[in-house]
Design a protein around this ligand. Structure first.
Ligand code: ATP
Length: 503
């Protein structure tokens, strides 16, 4: 698993997807830059999300709010007082950990044991194997599962009660039961606020303390009534946005999984009080379907319903994805009640109510939100697509099987040789296709090598112009995943590519 993750990181660099930020100065921890292919993949994921959420829903509109907001926003939202991570230091290794992440890592060890048992049993039982039933009936596996659940429950309760001594005690117990850090010498658990501060204004006296937004959601809440009125929106309706958020993460590791500067894609859905549970269930289902539509494997997703709820929520669930380092949160679906709007009403002194003409009453709507990290989605797509494929002739090929709709380049066009007018024809094809798709031209090296280069970069189609093209206006089109090659008329290229890469 670790090896696979290392491969993902080095492949992302080698093929121009992700670079460490400020690399020439040895980088900045947990900050990354998207390179030529990465920026394109990221844009395509963002557009795939925007289309599904905004374009396809008559009652959802999109906005683009600022990163800077009035500082009182973060008082009202609870971030100044409650946006904390519990931290613990290991006195021997001098390493700092997020206590909750550390505890989840211990539970992850139990999950790994379960997966091993499941794999063994699946081999033994063959086709008749029923995973759910096996987990529910095998005493050893059930034992691991119950233990994991009990640990998470105790952690949730202790954090909720702010019983930080018990969080420390739990870590100490777990370290003895299944050593992870190899040391027992811990400090107390302390809370640490995650917001980055900055200043607005030139002189020291008049400067105003600001925060870089730690989530995009508040930009939507403060604009709720403006959008509702100017867009003549009727409840239920949603406001979506994508944009940067900043968190001073302490345990910043795992590449772009946990960054200090990252991008969120959020949608806040405003509903009538009392109907939030139904909408919450519906959005869980809708969002899972969105993920499955990319064809990255049903088994790679699972829901994790929260026991420990944030101060604003009455229900919350994560869609977890199987990353190279195990199942982790990819997206959160939260029923946020009327907490935010109510609090902004109080702090701003402005009414944030919706007048319901049908029922002739006004109320503060409840909110169900879907919140996904664009960078995490990028990592999910990228790591899941990278394959080392064994070929029939005992060689292997590295192929990045990105969903075609998300691939940065849709087709590469090659002249078989650099003469006889073939480059000119290839260029003409590019000139024609580039209006609809991202395409590239490549004439360097043997065609086989060029195919491999595009396989590894994730390009779904390669088009080769050869001497026959001059006779009959046909070319070879090769499919990345099947490596199948077909002879087709140039005039059909557009529709063949469109059939695979369109949403
Ligand atoms: P975690 O528990 O992993 O810290 P969270 O529960 O704090 O995440 P939310 O506040 O619910 O996350 O944010 C919504 C989404 O934003 C997450 O599901 C994740 O995809 C993304 N996200 C949050 N923090 C980061 C980060 N530091 N780097 C990249 N993506 C992030």
């Amino acid at each position: 698993q670790e090896d696979q993750f290392k491969k993902v990181i080095s492949h992302a660099k080698e093929y121009g997807y992700v670079f460490q930020s400020s690399e020439i100065y040895d980088g900045l921890s947990a900050v990354y830059d998207y390179a030529q292919n990465g920026a394109q993949l990221k844009k395509n994921i963002r557009e795939y999300w925007w289309k599904a959420m905004v374009q396809m829903h008559e009652n959802i509109v999109g906005i683009d709010a600022s990163i800077f907001m009035h500082p009182t926003t973060w008082k009202a939202s609870g971030h100044v007082d409650a946006f904390n991570d519990p931290l613990i230091d290991n006195k021997d290794s001098k390493k700092r950990y997020r206590a909750d992440v550390l505890i989840e890592d211990y539970v992850g060890k139990l999950d790994t044991k379960i997966e091993k048992e499941v794999k063994k049993a699946a081999k033994r039982f063959g086709d008749s194997f029923d995973k759910e039933q096996f987990i529910a009936t095998n005493p050893r596996v059930l034992g691991y599962k119950e233990k994991g659940d009990a640990i998470l429950k105790r952690m949730g309760q202790s954090l909720e009660k702010e019983d930080l001594a018990d969080v420390k005690a739990l870590i100490e117990e777990l370290e003895i039961a299944c050593p992870l850090s190899g040391s027992k010498n811990w400090t107390d658990v302390k809370q640490f606020n995650l917001m980055f501060g900055t200043k607005l204004g030139a002189s020291a006296e008049s400067a105003m303390d600001l925060y870089l937004r730690p989530e995009t959601a508040q930009g939507i809440f403060v604009n709720f009534l403006n959008v509702q009125k100017t867009g003549r929106m009727k409840i239920p309706f949603g406001i979506a946005q994508t944009g940067k958020a900043f968190r001073n993460e302490i345990v910043a590791r795992q590449f772009i999984f946990r960054m200090r500067e990252f991008e969120q894609m959020e949608m806040q859905f405003f509903v009538k009080p009392g109907t939030q549970k139904e909408w919450y269930e519906q959005w869980k289902e809708t969002r899972l379907k969105w993920h499955l539509s990319l064809g990255m494997g049903e088994d790679n997703y699972r829901f994790h319903d929260h026991e420990k709820l944030a101060h604003y929520a009455d229900a919350a669930s994560d869609i977890e994805f199987r990353f190279p380092f195990g199942f982790k949160e990819l997206e959160g679906i939260h029923s946020r009640t009327d907490f935010d709007l109510k609090s902004h009403e109080e702090f701003s002194g402005k009414k944030l109510r919706y007048f319901d003409h049908e029922d002739n009453e006004s109320y503060i709507p409840y909110v169900v939100e879907t919140s996904i990290g664009l960078d995490r989605m990028f990592l999910a797509v990228f790591s899941n697509s990278l394959e080392e494929e064994a070929l029939e002739n005992n060689t292997t090929r590295t192929v990045l099987k990105l969903p075609a709709v998300l691939a940065p380049t849709k087709a590469a066009v090659f002249p078989l040789v650099k003469k006889d007018g073939l480059p000119e024809i290839a260029r003409e094809i590019i000139e024609d296709l580039k209006w609809d798709f991202d395409v590239l031209y490549d004439e360097k090296d043997a065609v086989g090598k060029r195919y491999r280069r595009q396989d590894a970069a994730g390009t779904p189609f390669c088009i080769t112009v050869d001497h026959d093209t001059k006779e009959d206006n046909t070319v070879t089109i090769r499919h990345r995943d099947t490596m199948e090659q077909k002879r087709v008329p140039i005039s059909e290229l557009k529709s063949i590519i469109a059939a695979e890469v369109s949403v």
